[in-house]
Unconditional design. Sequence first.
Lengths: 439, 298, 286
Amino acid sequence: MSQLRSAPGATWIILALIVAACGSSGQTGQPTPSSNSTASPNPTSKPSPAETVTINFWHNYNEDSPENEVLVNKLIPQFEDTHPGIKVVPLTIPYPDFRRKLITSISGGNAPDVIRIDATWVPEFADMGALVALDQEMSEFAALKATVYPGPLGSNLWKDHYYGLPLDTNTKVWIYNDSLYSAAGISSAPATIGDLDGLCANLKKANPDSYMLGLESTQGWVMLPWIWSSGGEITDEAITTASGYLNGPKTVGAYETLLRLYDQGCIAPLILGDGVDAFSGIGQGLYASLDNGPWTYPIVAGAHPELKLTAALFPAGAAGSIDIVGGQDVNVLTQSAHKAEALEFVRFLVGSDFQLAMGGVGVIPVRQDLDVSSLVASQPYMSVFFDQLKTARARLAHPGWSDMDRILTDAGQLILRHEQSPQAALDDAATKINEILGD
Amino acid sequence: MSGRLSRGGLVPYLFVLPGLAVLGVWLVFPLVSALQMSLHDWDIVPGSKSPFVGLDHYAQLVSDPLLLSTLANTVAYVIVTVAGQLALGLAAALGLESVRRGRVLLRTLYFVPVVTSWVVAALMFRYLFNSSSAGMVNHLLVSVLGIVGRPVPWLNEAGTAFIAIFALGIWKGVGFAMVLFIAALQAIPEELYDAAAIDGASRRRAIRSVTLPLLAPTIVMTAVMLTIGAFQVFIPVALITGGGPVHRTEVILTYLYDVAFRQLDFGYAGAISFALAGLVFAISQIQLRFMRQSALAG
Amino acid sequence: MRKDFVPRRQTRRPRLGLVAVYAALVLGVAVTVFPLLYMASTSLKDQVYVLEVPPQLLPTNPTLDNFGAAWTSNHFSRYFLNSSIVALVTMALVLLLGSMMAHGLARYRFRGHRLVRALILFFMVMPAMSLLVPQFVLATRLGLLDSLAGVAIVHIAQGLPLATFILYGFMIGLPRELYEAALVDGAGAWRMYRSIALPLCRPALATVAILAFLGSWDEYVWALTIINSADQRTLPVGIAAFQGVHTSNWGLIFAASMIAVTPVIVLFALLQRHVIRGLTAGALKG
């Protein structure tokens, strides 16, 4: 190893590399990370801090997604044009990393100004004091409130204050492969949960190696439509106890139905955690139906452009057809040094321009007062989603939701694996959830 | 005699200080912070109150059933993968040393997993062991070799998921152990073999009385290094099963990660860290003491 | 100096034994290399074929689209540069600081040397992850958030204990007489380090260099934590980021992985003699 013979030479190389490393980071050691920019095309115009306020906006739109493209190329420039003096720096953070990044940045005193986060996280971050109560800071909040869907709005409510506004929403519907259904002699989507046994039997006869339904896990996101449609609940309305609700007869009945369908081979083993994913599955004809969101269409079309998928309302149970509301909320961080400007950006995000522009790329707007006919015209399946949204419900707005979801997920797994009966598993789960609620 | 010379005055400090400064700032100071966190109910938002709880988190360690099961899983991983790497590494080394042609090529190929990134390797194994008939391992077992009747639900059951995880751990490290053993084998003087041959020893006898005893220090040293590394297994579990199903494949570090970043309980996370460090330290000391004693005895 | 562990005898080694050994070795290599081959094959598959039943070892309608998509998306080419810079800087500074520390510990008997050695042993076993949060808070306060320097400094700190341990093991075995002779010649402390200790430790330095480089190249958790912007990501972080929210495009992930892994493998294949010699010499002595 002769390169170590000359220490001074090596030292220079080392120094050069260090300088290169520091230089390429774009970070010169200032406390505010305002020079981070993943997307702005020209860093040449850097106005002095006194003139321009920089707002850091963290989201998890996939980098090469149409949403991100619209955001970066159309919407943010539009905002900056109409708001000279405010510069918005967006940052994509992949979903699996988002939570950890947010937590570490808050604890490092380095939080962004505006974030778009999973609606279920809002109560938790509100509870730790990280979010600004928008109903107190925005004078027009009451008016804004009235324009958005109540389900998505409700996810921002914690201890009588609203800590954010819904930014986009989505729900799931029954998506199925019409040709597989016809081949099994079925002409339409199942109207009720009770119809599923018959549907499954017919599909199995035509195609024994396939499954009626590809469900991805036993998380709340997947299970709640079944629970709610059957008239079950996780907790009482005030979210104080799970006893009698999570382990009540209607919820237990929903799980018993799922277990029966699973044992009959109607639901794919994917629900246990691993296997062929939902979209590859329906694309290959391995799964005949899914309960999934609007992203299904572009994802499946990407790999199987010739496959036609049909959307229908979730099969109704005793309480009707109730699917689950997902989506993201937009929030302002209490650590932000530019709250006024951040609020301006929030107004823009829930404004009709933004909502409609995003709607054009498959994101469901949160405002009820918008004319969505053009959206539906270009993507006909959207009308089913708008219909489902009318009755869709949001998950529990509680800081402990992620722990509760864990408990629910585990219970579902134990049930499907025949390690506990539905009643016993849900009894245990209710006890554990009560502990969380008691805090 | 080797050894140190003078006290040296200021000079030794000048040599040691730069490295020590880095260690001090980036390891010792965070260590002290972590210790401090472990004694409080630490709140992540700066400026808010974090009540002092003393040794509560440490007491929590023994009464946490999930932690104990993750410890068991981790120990299982350590034992199986270290034993596997040692055994297969030794076998490969012995095999390579007894052939002439193609030695370099084979050695290079065996070492390739070692230079493959853990992230890539974990993703590869997760894909290979897909739990449906779309998985290649299932395809080989069911259709090609006909050993198994139906596809194995690899990652959906803890037992089989561990097979995939252990396989990855062993696969990744065999080449490293092999290379160390090859070097150690080459260091054994020929004369010893000649002497054994003169004594009429068979090949197997020669291995037993010459090769293995002289390899013993290397085996133990390798075992210590592999053990320390194996206790810190994270990526294989995080990327293959995520700790599931139902937390049954969790190992200590994935659990630590969950406590810190999902449950936001940095205090308890700190306690777990110190406990793990203490455990690994104790085990490595035991292994080293064993080596010293066997060296004395042999 | 090729040694044959089989004791020499009059009779020739039975052929069957050799054939059996070769068969076993080749089988072992096949098992070792198979996952990588399958990954290569999958990287050539379109998403349609990625989870098909039954899976094919040879891709149907192979395509290079995934490679194009991987290289151009998400600043992937940048990740290479980032990882290289961080790994090289880490390697250089670990070598420099580690050898200096090892030399100081091995050659001099100064107050506190036991404490330093204990510290090094302790940090060799302390799991790096437990220091993650305090390190993050510290890095942020020092303005190192989202910078390659921030990634590198912790990689260096993580690599120093083992490096120092290995080099110390080597240096402590160096005979005193060499230094004494140099002293007589009027050599200063730095000369002794640079001209005696370092050259004699070359094999161990090679070991340390390789371990430090690979350790940094491969590191995932810290890089993931300290880096926000996509263009600052290192390779492992970049590859993991290809996993989607709703679905995983395995073809794309493995194309990215192939791009990441192939240069390292090729480099290793070219330098393998040096790498292996360096790895074993230093490790064995230690």
